[in-house]
Design a protein around this ligand. Structure first.
Ligand code: NZQ
Ligand code: ZN
Length: 381
């Protein structure tokens, strides 16, 4: 095992009706006014937003609301949020929604503390401060509720880039799995692929020999697969929704890579270009990239891929395991080829150039040249 520092300052409050605690949590942090950020309407439609507002009011917390965060959140909307947060002098950002709402909340939290344009932090400038971020999650997928990442798309440049800073860790994230019962089957499937990708990226690119972390990953993948199958049969399966939600959180909160040494996130690097250029759901893009990348990469790390096939599917070879994973993606109705989401093969050079920009940012551009990314994407045609 490698030496590591694990520092995750987010408080998680998990369970039924826990959104009722948001007022007291904000008050306990000394916060009197928040920017209440939400998405395209699901939180309003379910009545959650009204319940949250009642709870804030009861705790004596005032708010200014900003709706309309889109899935794959946009820089222009985040800039609106920054301007509003400054004008209204809010003391914290409260995100009510999915990973998109929370990621934009994190961006606004950074932008609100400075005169520097928020996009600069997504292209390399170090984050040194942010307003406190609080979250009530309505979909389990990204792990944003317990991590240091935020992803935004700059719609002018078509770059989907991220910040990573301890300053944007949510102070408190409220996870009530009952709120996720209304997540439709397609987004349930995409979320499953995303959570699986978050652990498999490290597992497949690290060197063998960290057995606890390997078993944590295998446990998370198996839990996500089992519970997804149950949820797709019965969207109100409370135990499955709850286990899925906690598994997705643990999949990207720093736990599984602690001590594994060097690893990379190439599937995300390529996927971010698909969702930046074609605005497809992140998990759908990953389901297309992962089998292709695995076929391209597995011979570079045969021991881990053999273990993956054996432990997840009881199969003897990397190729058999990759086929089984792809088959499961098909079963849950996630797309596995570019054509299934309308992306033509002739666009591969454009996608590869776009992805190479992020490869440079993430320090993996030497292996992932535009030509290499093109080879991977050809396996997804
Ligand atoms: O906008 P609303 O109306 O809320 O609808 C959303 C959206 O259409 C809907 N939804 C959310 N909760 C629901 C619900 N519908 C019914 N019932 C509910 N309870 O679901 C749709 C997807 O929501 P979104 O927030 O976009 O999904 P997700 O949580 O998967 O977030 C995706 C974004 O996170 C980024 C992705 O790239 C993408 O931009 N990621 C963030 C990461 C991070 N911060 O660590 C890591 C990930 O790798 C990922 O890149
Ligand atoms: Zn992801």
């Amino acid at each position: 095992m490698y030496d590591f520092t694990f520092h995750n300052p987010t408080k998680i409050i998990f369970g039924a009706d826990t959104e009722q605690q948001i007022g007291q949590e904000l008050a306990a942090a000394g916060i009197k006014k928040v920017l209440l950020l939400s998405g395209q309407g699901s939180a309003k439609k379910s009545g959650l937003l009204d319940r949250v507002i009642a709870c804030l009011t009861a705790a004596g917390i005032t708010f200014v609301a900003l709706e309309g965060v889109v899935s794959n959140p946009m820089l222009s909307h985040a800039r609106q949020g920054v301007a509003l947060a400054k004008k209204e002098a809010v003391e914290a950002i409260l995100a009510v929604g999915g990973g998109s709402v929370l990621d934009e909340a994190k961006a606004i939290a950074v932008g609100a503390t400075t005169e520097i344009d928020v996009w600069e932090f997504f292209t390399g400038r170090e984050v040194t401060a942010a307003l406190p971020v609080f979250a009530i999650m309505t979909i389990a997928a990204t792990g944003s509720e317990m991590n240091r990442n935020a992803v935004l798309t700059n719609e002018a440049t078509r770059q989907k880039y991220n910040i990573a800073s301890i300053h944007v860790h949510p102070r408190v994230s409220i996870l009530n799995p009952v709120l996720t019962h209304t997540v439709p089957p397609d987004y349930t499937a995409y979320s499953a692929v995303d959570a699986i990708a978050h652990v498999l990226e490290g597992y497949c690119t690290k060197q063998p020999g960290t057995r606890l972390q390997d078993r944590l990953v295998e446990s998370i993948v198996k839990t996500v697969m089992e519970t997804t199958d149950l949820i797709l049969q019965n969207p109100n399966h409370a135990e499955a929704r709850a286990s899925f939600m906690w598994a997705a959180t643990l999949a990207l909160n720093g736990l599984t890579p602690a001590g594994i040494g060097p690893y990379s996130f190439p599937n995300h690097m390529i996927e971010h270009s698909l969702s930046a250029l074609y605005n497809i759901p992140h998990g759908a893009g990953l389901a297309i990239v992962i089998p292709a990348w695995m076929r391209w990469y597995h011979s570079r790390n045969p021991e881990q891929f053999t273990r993956c096939s054996r432990e997840l599917f009881g199969l003897p070879t990397p190729a058999a395991g990759i086929n089984a994973l792809e088959e499961w993606f098909r079963e849950i109705k996630a797309p596995v080829r570019l054509g299934e989401v309308g992306i033509p093969a002739r666009d591969i050079p454009i996608i590869s150039e776009n992805a190479h920009g992020l490869a440079r940012q993430w320090g993996i551009a030497e292996l992932y040249t535009p030509a290499a990314i093109g080879e991977i994407l050809q396996l997804a045609v």
